[in-house]
Design a protein around this ligand. Structure first.
Ligand code: S6P
Ligand code: ZN
Length: 192
């Protein structure tokens, strides 16, 4: 392994930007509209095509020994009652874990083990919470609040991302707002 020089990144809470910016990824509704359940609500909101989330990947080699890290922010909002959320993924190297540190906002992380068990758990994401994603669990972050949900994620450099399974099947549960509260419900479209 080659030496790499140590460095800092700085997150500015006032404008929600990271410096240096690294690799900035943005996800609008049109990048994931078929992940939401209310097709009609999604179609209506597509006219406006809101920014759902963005994340800054700090540039480190994607290889074993390094710790990939990034700052993400999921904006507040919903599609027919289903909160704005990330696409969610498994890691390509399945036995790699991840740590999330919530900086600001309010939300939940939805996690699920691979089929056929497909066991679902959620943990709260509140400022100061350190959330552990154990190896094997798919993970999606959901903003249940009124401010941007901002968090730092750290994971092994070699982990990689597997989006296909979630794109195809979704998660077994969905998080929707009912009477102002987040409620976890069965995903009616989840295959048996
Ligand atoms: C990476 C980590 C996060 C997400 C980011 C966006 O392992 O879990 O940095 O990449 O929050 O979510 P997604 O599901 O679009 O990658
Ligand atoms: Zn991850």
């Amino acid at each position: 392994m080659k030496y790499m020089d140590p460095f800092n990144s700085k997150f500015n809470a006032a404008d929600l930007r990271l410096k240096p910016e690294g690799d900035l990824i943005t996800r609008h509704l049109s990048d994931m509209d078929d992940m939401y359940h209310d097709r009609e609500a999604a179609d209506e909101l597509l006219e406006e095509n809101p920014l759902i989330y963005r994340y800054y990947n700090v540039e480190v080699p994607e290889e074993r020994g390094h710790l990939a890290h990034c700052v993400s922010m999921v904006f507040p909002g919903d599609v027919g009652g289903e909160y704005f959320m990330t696409k969610g993924h498994f890691h390509e190297i399945e036995d790699t874990a991840e740590i999330y540190y919530t900086i600001q906002g309010r939300g939940k992380m939805l996690m699920q083990t691979p089929a056929p068990e497909s066991r679902v758990e959620t943990v709260d994401m509140l400022p100061g919470n350190i959330s552990y994603v154990p190896p094997l669990w798919a993970h999606r972050t959901i903003n249940t609040g009124v401010q941007p949900l901002v968090f730092l994620a750290v994971y092994p450099g070699e982990a990689g991302h597997e989006y296909g399974i979630i794109e195809e099947k979704g998660f077994k549960k969905i998080l929707v707002e009912e009477d102002g509260e987040p409620v976890l419900k069965d995903n009616p479209e989840y295959p048996d």
